[in-house]
Design a protein around this ligand. Structure first.
Ligand SMILES: [Cu+2]
Length: 278
């Protein structure tokens, strides 16, 4: 019984803590069913060919082969249908995750920056907006590459190489509020993969890629870097911590309290004169 439940567990989906993640599971199931149909189809074709072209039926080998176009046409047709299905379904899911959520608000954006081999986050401050980020401005003192000549950055909350904290907020109708994670990288291509949230998105230097999800359960979930990003890739583990609204408000207040805008302003004055990373 233990072995059976172990096998069932190994073939089951991991824990799901995202409102829309079920759609990803449906996509996985749909693709597996499609592959099953293809597999059975090919098996039937294989046995029919074995029987039809056996040696006793065809004592002399015929190097000209089959002249009828039926098989070629049906295989080409099947390939076209399968590819079309995959493209249509994949585009639908990609569109769903890549576009802004219906309840998108700038205040619910967390900007996540990947680097060899850690994850850092930046949250909008009281103005509800994040400062402008530019990879060419990244230095030791300015790890996010914040453009300090632009507005909004001063009150942003920064969490370096620690858990990425996001709130789980339940709406009155029982649905959950979306969180948008804006992904970018300081160095090479990484990949932000959180299995229980059913998200997996490449993180590309010079690009800001938003991805959204609706967490439905509080907890701490592992972020796996799903792109081989250097010799420390295997160690590049992070965590995303989903906490409830009350806890979130407290956490956010505490992080804001840690900030020292005056100190950051002084650092800005220094970094405009030289690059301390050189
Ligand atoms: Cu990585």
């Amino acid at each position: 019984m233990d072995l059976l439940s172990g096998i069932i567990e190994a073939f089951s989906f991991p824990e799901l803590v995202s409102q829309d993640g079920g759609r990803v599971d449906s996509l996985v199931i749909a693709i597996h069913l499609l592959m099953l149909v293809l597999f059975v189809g090919w098996l039937i074709y294989y046995f029919v060919a074995l029987w039809k072209f056996q040696a006793s039926n065809n004592p002399n080998a015929d190097y000209k082969g089959v002249k009828s176009k039926t098989i070629t046409n049906s295989i080409e047709g099947a390939v076209i249908v399968a590819e079309l299905l995959l493209v249509v379904v994949a585009t639908y899911f990609w569109n769903f995750y890549a576009n802004k959520a219906d309840d998108f608000s700038e205040a619910s954006v967390v900007r996540v920056t990947a680097e060899q081999f850690a994850w850092s986050a930046r949250y909008p401050g009281a103005d509800g907006k994040l400062g402008i980020q530019d990879k060419t401005l990244v230095t030791g003192a300015n790890p996010f590459g914040i453009d300090k000549s632009e507005p909004y950055w001063e009150d942003d909350v920064e969490v370096l190489k620690a858990d990425i904290v996001v709130p789980m907020i339940k709406n009155d109708d029982g649905t959950h509020k979306s969180v948008t994670v804006d992904l970018t990288s300081k160095d090479v291509i990484h990949c932000f993969k959180v299995l229980p949230l059913r998200i997996c998105q490449d993180v590309i230097p010079g690009m800001r890629i938003p991805i959204h999800f609706r967490p439905t359960k509080t907890g701490r979930y592992q972020i796996t870097c799903a792109q081989l990003c250097g010799d420390g890739h295997a160690r590049m583990k992070g965590a995303i911590k989903v906490i409830d609204k009350a806890e979130w408000n407290e956490w956010y207040k505490a992080e804001k309290g840690k900030k020292n805008p005056a100190g950051e302003k002084a650092a800005a004055a220094v970094t405009t004169t030289g690059d301390d990373n050189a």
